[in-house]
Write a protein that binds this ligand. Structure first.
Ligand code: SF4
Length: 107
């Protein structure tokens, strides 16, 4: 291997190694995500609350009796967890007892 080829090989190896360190491929868990604040503008727009029992059932678009994040089709994560990811609020977790106006029944 010539000196130039060896130098290029070392440079490319260093770049590849740096890429491996910059993208560790770590899974994100719900407990790593911040909890959605009711002060969040998006949460306000969707009338999100941490406690579904505070919402007047008659004011809901779909006035079904029991609506909360735990029984919403858009919830993610593990059943039984208090705070879980939601498809409507990416990068945040919502309270399993919460509710917002986008609530949809599970199929
Ligand atoms: Fe809760 Fe469903 Fe609204 Fe997400 S979309 S905040 S899970 S009610």
């Amino acid at each position: 291997m010539s000196n130039i080829a060896r130098r290029k090989f070392i440079q490319l190896s260093a770049v590849a190694a740096a890429g491996c360190l910059a993208i560790p491929g770590r899974r994100v868990f719900a407990e790593d995500l911040p909890q959605l604040s009711t002060d969040d503008p998006m949460a306000n727009a969707m009338k999100y609350t941490h406690d579904a029992s505070t919402v007047d059932a008659a004011s809901r678009t779909n006035p079904a009796a029991d609506q909360n994040c735990a029984n919403c089709a858009l919830i993610q994560g593990n059943d039984g967890d208090e705070w879980r990811p939601c498809q409507i609020f990416p990068g945040k977790t919502v309270n399993a007892n919460g509710w917002c106006s986008v609530w949809a029944p599970k199929a």
